[in-house]
Design a protein around this ligand. Structure first.
Ligand SMILES: C=CC1=C(C)c2cc3[nH]c(cc4nc(cc5[nH]c(cc1n2)c(C)c5CCC(=O)O)C(CCC(=O)O)=C4C)c(C)c3C=C
Ligand SMILES: [Fe+2]
Ligand SMILES: [Fe+2]
Length: 344
């Protein structure tokens, strides 16, 4: 069999035009694993309410962070792909779950190069129904319909894998070295609490009470909350961070249902009000900087901190196209290619 690799990220609108943003948000939010309510209720909520107001607001936010070459998330994923490609003879393509290049286009490109054995790497360190699972389900549907002779091997969430933790920690450490900071906040994209319960394979584990995620459980393989706390814990251990000088929070909630807590915006505000003057923030749910890191954290977060009395607010970049990160992915590809050891 002939091997190839597909790196999959979330995707972005084509441009900052509200029409393009509306199209992108429509595809994204109509995904049953993102807004997980029955179709009729989802259509009413998304098409009847959210798409009437949100695209204008989101388009404004996208305009603040957009680059000349396009969406930061897509440009950074393309740069990462080039660096990974430089390490391997196997074809490496990228795809986006929403918008373009689509997963179907990515698989087609590999197919056109003679590939029939694909390593599929969702670019999310922690498993979530709204990210990893939706990619895997769609890729399998596309494979069965359009590429029936193709084999796809999924790379599981790498939230605690040593080589990932090493590059993440070293990237954070390099920034912290230059900083005088009082607290480091690990801010992860939030999900509704309901998503965590739905992904609980044991149906017994998840109480969202702060204790279930630290007790050993088979459920952790699919528990986003556990995986986020575990990434924070491992980085804290690697960098030898003092207990009490770092913590975890969850950002970007949408709607009125309870999402994972503590919420990032309220945490930033509380820290400012409690007298913290210098804080740093890192966003390990994202491997590429995007709207949620460049606008929501670096801009809105900074404003919240200043208004609450804080002074210095530093956002640490995502791994993006760091050479050591590209080398880690290349190592996973080599391990899979040799098929001597498990990928993760
Ligand atoms: C119900 C809504 C959403 C869930 C659940 C959700 C989970 C989730 N998302 C990411 C990563 C990203 N999300 C991004 C943008 C974004 N996310 C939502 C909604 C949910 N996300 C919306 C409506 C948007 C669009 C922007 C906006 O209008 O605010 C992005 C940025 C994309 C970009 O173009 O830069 C990323 C990345 C994760 C990791 C996650 C669950 C773990
Ligand atoms: Fe999101
Ligand atoms: Fe858990």
């Amino acid at each position: 069999m002939s091997k190839g690799v597909l790196l999959v990220n979330l995707g972005s609108p084509k441009s900052t035009d509200p029409k393009d943003v509306k199209k992108y948000l429509g595809e994204f939010l109509m995904d049953e694993r993102v807004i997980d309510v029955p179709y009729a209720a989802r259509a009413l909520l998304v098409k009847g309410i959210i798409l009437n107001t949100r695209p204008k607001q989101s388009a404004k936010a996208y305009s603040k962070i957009w680059w000349e070459e396009g969406s930061p998330l897509i440009v950074l994923t393309e740069r990462l792909q080039k660096k990974v490609q430089a390490h391997t003879e196997l074809p490496v393509e990228i795809a986006m779950r929403y918008g373009t290049p689509s997963i179907k286009e990515g698989l087609q490109k590999l197919h056109d190069q003679g590939v029939d054995d694909v390593m599929l790497l969702p670019l999310y360190p922690q498993f979530a129904m709204a990210t990893t699972e939706t990619i895997l389900v769609l890729a399998e549907e596309l494979r069965a319909t359009h590429f029936p002779t193709m084999k796809i091997t999924d790379v599981p969430a790498f939230y605690r894998k040593d080589d990932y933790i090493k590059v993440l920690s070293e990237s954070i450490g390099e920034h912290l070295k230059e900083l005088d900071y009082e607290h480091l906040l690990f801010s992860y994209h939030g999900v509704p609490e309901r998503h965590i319960r739905k992904s609980d394979v044991t149906k017994l584990h998840c109480k969202i009470d702060g204790s279930c995620c630290s007790a050993a459980s088979k459920a952790h393989e699919f528990c986003y909350r556990h995986q986020c706390y575990e990434t924070t814990r491992k980085v804290g251990q690697y960098l030898n961070l003092e207990p009490g000088t770092f913590s975890t929070s969850f950002q970007s909630r949408l709607g009125f249902d309870p999402w994972l807590q503590p919420y990032t915006d309220r945490t930033i505000e509380r820290m400012g009000k409690e007298g913290f003057k210098k804080m740093a923030i890192v966003t390990p749910a994202f491997v590429s900087d995007c709207l949620e890191t460049l606008e929501e954290i670096a801009m809105e977060g900074e404003e919240i901190f200043h208004e609450a009395g804080g002074k210095e607010f530093t956002t640490i970049p995502c791994l993006n196209d760091r050479d050591d990160w590209a080398a880690v992915i290349a190592g996973w590809i080599a391990a899979w290619e040799e098929a001597k050891v498990e990928v993760v």
